[in-house]
Design a protein around this ligand. Structure first.
Ligand code: ATP
Ligand code: MG
Length: 234
């Protein structure tokens, strides 16, 4: 579904992504891991077209993404939940969700059906439609951000540290949601995550990054304590 080859990207004249490959096959949960500042978010931003690709190729379902704007990449089927969630705090939950629907204009009946699907995944949102996004708990905001991304009808969902700063019971719910999205809709998920046990719980494959490149990868069963100690632990 997603294929990165030799990708390089710069920020402010410094090389941040130093050329690496990554594959996410259809219906898989691929964990992109690594310590703070190694380039995980930069990778997602580059895939999304928020940062120019200096070298290498990015393809989605076999089609290269070069030259496409961020909104065009969203239309091609990439849903992106940024680190820190980026919901609109002064808009209501319902208004935040409407923003996801804007990506594809499909008419009221189809929108209502899409909304019902996300309310089934996140019942808490349905009970909070009139609340301002900013008053929700961190976990509810994360659920709102995932729901909004799902309303863009992605083939590939990219989540940037969805467990960061979230209480354990909600982390479990988010893990269940990821598994359900995989089993029910065959969604491909690229999950940036530092929480190792969470990756072991939901992931199929992992890539460990260090200083802008991939230093270990494989099926999640290869994410041994030794790999964790060498590449991931602070
Ligand atoms: N806007 C920016 N200006 C300058 N340097 C930046 C900027 N954004 C990121 N960087 C640098 O790029 C490198 C990679 O950052 P990135 O945000 O991709 O890391 P990360 O792996 O997502 O880290 P974290 O786990 O802390 O979110 C870091 O060294 C960071 O300081
Ligand atoms: Mg980051």
């Amino acid at each position: 579904m997603l294929s990165l080859t030799g990708i390089q990207a710069d920020i402010g004249g410094s090389r941040i992504l130093r050329g690496f490959d990554l594959e996410a096959a259809g219906g898989q949960v691929v964990c992109l891991m690594g310590r703070n500042g190694v380039g995980k978010t930069t990778t997602l931003r580059t895939i999304m077209g928020l940062l120019p690709l200096r070298d290498g190729t990015i393809t989605l379902a076999g089609e290269p993404l070069d030259g496409l704007r961020t909104d065009q990449r969203a239309l091609r089927g990439i849903g992106y939940v940024p680190q820190g969630r980026d919901i609109f705090p002064h808009l209501t939950v319902e208004e935040n969700l409407q923003i996801g629907l804007v990506v594809h204009r499909r008419g009221r009946a189809s929108d209502a059906a899409s909304l019902e699907r996300v309310y089934t995944l996140f019942p808490v949102l349905k009970s909070m439609l009139a609340r301002k996004g900013g008053v929700l708990s961190g976990g509810q905001q994360q659920q709102l951000a995932i729901a909004r991304a799902l309303l863009t009808q992605p083939k590939l969902l990219m989540l940037d540290e969805p467990t960061e700063g979230i209480q354990p019971s909600i982390i479990d719910e988010i893990g269940d949601t990821i598994k359900r999205l995989k089993s029910d809709s065959g969604l491909t998920i690229l999950l940036v995550e530092q929480y190792v046990d969470f990756c072991r719980e939901v992931g199929d494959q992992f890539y460990a990054m260090d200083r802008g490149t991939v230093v270990a990868s494989g099926p999640i069963s290869d994410l041994t304590d030794d790999v964790v100690k060498r590449h991931l632990q602070v």
